[in-house]
Design a protein around this ligand. Structure first.
Ligand code: UDX
Length: 413
């Protein structure tokens, strides 16, 4: 099948590679000429495990261009950023659909961008000759190629039976395929991300209480996660979530509900708890003018150079405003902070080091590398990722909801 993918960000590019992997010919369209040239030469514009190999393997089936081709099937994967009022900015999606309609008024248009419930139905009404479907993505940055090849499920939202069957073939998988209407598909995506955010905020609240009562949140998470109704995933306490999806999607969903006079109390609370979690880390640092703090890990999570809504950057901004001298280290992400090339350089002269991203290198840094370089070796582990396989030396360690007695021999994952 010949497919056109509009937008070569995370979603568009990884989806295109997945389809090319499945032997489909894919034309990728993006306004960014430089990016298209890079991609034509097999160079990936994002840090993502396995992406360059996958690009090269599928070079013969992938075309990158700035021109819209005439096609029977377009996948729309352009950005849907957050507006100032929290709602979702659909202008790029609307412009793309208008253009597709002018080129091929009877094309099938599959929405991959995350769009608020009701959007696809509205577009269908505005362009009755186009045939719409909504197929949300569930790719995680850092493992996106793997996720594309082995999805947990594929949700196909359309009223068009023929399109539903073509898309079942296109996204062929051993995973369950769920057929629904477009609005249900759109809400499924938001519900998935909101639920994960709620899980994180839930365990973060338990962590704060654990600090008060002297319990260990890591053991609590393990204990509750063994119940299959709860499950162990997304119960890692820390400095809170960030990234291009959770904050934006939660804002879009809660704003949409409010516009209809409804409050999504649990989801709104997850967002507030996430803000409070960063304050909690700040409180542990006890910032004051002239204090020297090293932030270890800046990307919003390991395995990516993505800094969108990264908790480390939000923390750096708060600290800097309070007159704290901040240095940073990250193996992949590049920031405007006073960023150093090694952990040693970043912590040199610092009074407190704060782990904000659990990169392997940071997880396994030996206490010695801190004590030898820091002014006072105090470590705040904002990802609860340090495990003490050896004596902590003279490092004064503080996790989130982990009493100091947890200098254990059980490495956390
Ligand atoms: C997320 C969804 O997982 C994915 O399905 C969707 O398509 C896009 O949004 P992603 O943004 O790549 O993916 O990141 P994810 O791995 O979900 O992590 C989001 C944030 O939550 C990170 O900042 C991470 O550090 C934090 N997190 C995650 C926790 O604090 N604790 C956890 O237990 C898990």
């Amino acid at each position: 099948m010949q497919v056109t993918v509009i937008g070569t960000g995370y979603v568009g590019l990884v989806t295109a590679i997945g389809l090319a992997d499945a032997k489909h010919d894919v034309v990728c369209v993006d306004l960014n000429k430089e990016r298209m040239e890079q991609l034509s030469n097999g160079v990936a514009p994002i840090t993502e495990e396995g992406i360059e190999g996958a690009l090269q393997q599928n070079q013969s089936r992938l075309t990158f261009t700035t021109e819209y081709p005439v096609s029977d099937l377009y996948l729309v994967a352009v950005g849907t950023p957050e507006r100032a009022d929290g709602s979702c900015d659909l202008s790029a999606v609307e412009a793309v659909v208008k253009l597709i309609h002018s080129i091929q008024p009877h094309a099938a248009v599959v929405m991959k961008s995350t769009i608020p419930p009701g959007t696809t139905e509205k577009l269908q009404m505005a362009y009755p000759s186009l045939r719409f479907a909504m197929v949300p993505e569930f790719l995680r940055e850092g493992t996106a190629i793997r996720d594309m090849r082995n999805p947990h499920r594929v949700i196909i939202g359309t009223h068009d039976q023929q399109l539903a069957s073509d898309l079942t073939e296109l996204f062929k998988t051993n995973a369950p395929i769920v057929h629904v209407d477009p609005t249900t598909a759109e809400l499924t995506k938001y519900a998935a991300n909101s639920f994960l955010a709620v899980k994180i905020s839930f365990i973060n609240e338990i962590a704060r209480l654990a600090d008060i009562v002297g319990a260990d949140v890591e053991d609590v998470a393990h204990g509750i996660g063994l119940d299959p109704r709860i499950g162990p995933a997304f119960l890692k306490a820390g400095a809170g979530y960030g990234g291009s999806c959770f904050p934006k999607d939660i804002a879009a969903l809660t704003t949409l509900a409010q516009q209809h006079g409804e409050h999504l109390h649990v989801i709104e609370a997850a967002d507030r708890t996430n803000e409070a979690q960063l304050e909690y880390v700040l409180q542990k640092i006890a910032p004051k003018r002239g204090l020297r703090v090293a932030l270890l890990g800046l990307a919003f999570k390991p395995g990516t150079d993505d800094l969108r809504d990264a908790p480390a950057l939000r923390l750096a901004e708060r600290l800097t405003k309070m007159g704290v001298i901040v240095t940073g280290y990250d193996p992949a992400a590049k920031t405007l902070l006073d960023q150093k090339d090694t952990i040693e350089e970043a912590v040199t002269g610092a009074e407190i080091a704060v782990i904000m991203t659990e990169w392997d290198e940071i997880k396994h840094v030996t206490p010695r590398r801190l004590t030898d370089n820091m002014k006072t070796a105090r470590l705040i582990d904002g990802r609860n990722c340090w495990a003490f396989v050896e004596e902590p030396g003279n490092v004064q360690y503080e996790g989130i909801g982990r009493p100091n007695k947890t200098f254990s021999n059980n490495p956390t994952s």
